[in-house]
Design a protein around this ligand. Structure first.
Ligand code: C2E
Ligand code: MG
Ligand code: MG
Ligand code: MG
Length: 288
């Protein structure tokens, strides 16, 4: 029973909601200890050249190996980690682990020049210490800077003050690649975009989902396909690479290739998998 915080407003007891809140706060409470116990793991998803079919990069995607609940995806804890600030420590762990894994791939398969792409939360990107953290992760692992890509969302690129982050130029000066993640879902300021030291746009999944080239689709005007076409042209006009996310079918891959999209990522090219799966794939590629 609760007389709510605001005057004259009553909180209605909702058993479902409070069960959800309890589950949520139990997850939050467990995050720091999970980090200390080493329960987080990285899976890697291939980013493939649409023209050549070769694997050019992999995206590092964090998972929580929960002792009771099993493998938990980032959608269930990244937002919580952002709210509590733990994302700074967790993100640093991800960055260092990804750099170490990528350095091993680089040493074992130097010709592949495989890039590792790491997501940066807004809160991490906004932290002025991020430049030193990235520089140190590179120096400690021995990974060449050009084999690291950092993914920021449109809102993270803009920073908390609504200004493009100052750190972006310092990060780019280190030699790392910068990508705008989920492009097309936020509010990109195109005037800023053209002045930012970014290298790649990742087109958000929903645009790709809308691509069905068989013509039998209800959406006969191919609107999403035309949006992808426009965004690819925009990216290329700005001399940026384009990666299409969430590519699930051969038809989508073929359409994206026809639209001059550079690279694709999604279940069609390989689901996120442990590092060993990438090693095997590199070994197969080297043998071929
Ligand atoms: P994202 O960076 O856009 O990552 C792509 C997401 O699409 C991943 O979800 C991936 O598993 C999923 N995906 C892969 N193939 C397909 C497909 O064919 N179709 C569809 N519909 N989706 C596909 P995941 O692994 O659940 O990650 C969700 C989000 O969590 C990521 O979205 C990213 O924003 C965040 N995230 C993951 N790892 C980290 C991390 O280390 N740090 C931070 N800050 N965020 C992370
Ligand atoms: Mg998921
Ligand atoms: Mg990403
Ligand atoms: Mg994305």
């Amino acid at each position: 029973w609760a007389k709510a915080a605001g005057r004259g407003r009553w909180a209605v007891y909702d058993p479902e909601r409070s069960a959800r809140d309890i589950a949520r706060s139990a997850l939050v409470a467990g995050l720091p200890a999970a980090l200390d116990r080493g329960e987080f793991v990285l899976h890697y998803q291939p980013i493939v050249s649409l023209l050549e079919g070769t694997m050019l990069a992999v995206e590092a995607l964090v998972r929580w190996e929960h002792p009771e609940l099993g493998l938990i995806g980032p959608d269930r804890f990244i937002a919580l980690a952002e709210e509590t600030g733990l994302i700074v420590r967790l993100g640093e762990w991800v960055l260092r682990r990804a750099c170490r894994d990528a350095e091993r791939w680089w040493r074992e398969f130097p010709d592949a020049r495989l890039v590792v792409s790491v997501n940066l939360a807004a809160r991490q990107a906004d932290d002025p210490a991020i430049v030193e953290t990235v520089a140190d992760a590179l120096a400690t692992s021995g990974l060449p800077a050009e084999l690291l890509q950092l993914e920021l969302t449109e809102s993270a690129v803009m920073g908390s003050a609504g200004e493009p982050l100052r750190s972006l130029h310092r990060l780019a000066a280190l030699g790392v690649r910068l990508a705008v993640d989920d492009f097309g879902t936020g509010y990109s300021n195109l005037a800023y975009l053209r002045r930012l030291p970014i290298h790649c746009l990742k087109l958000a999944g929903p645009f790709v989902e809308g691509i069905r080239a068989d013509g039998t689709d209800a959406v006969a005007d191919h609107r999403d396909e035309r949006i992808v076409d426009a965004l690819v042209r925009l990216a290329h006009a700005l001399e940026l690479w384009v990666t299409a996310e969430a590519v699930e079918t051969a038809v989508q891959a073929e359409r994206l290739r026809a639209l001059r999209c550079d690279t694709g990522q999604g279940r069609y090219f390989g689901a996120p998998a442990p590092a060993e799966a990438i090693t095997l794939r590199l070994r197969g590629g080297a043998a071929a």
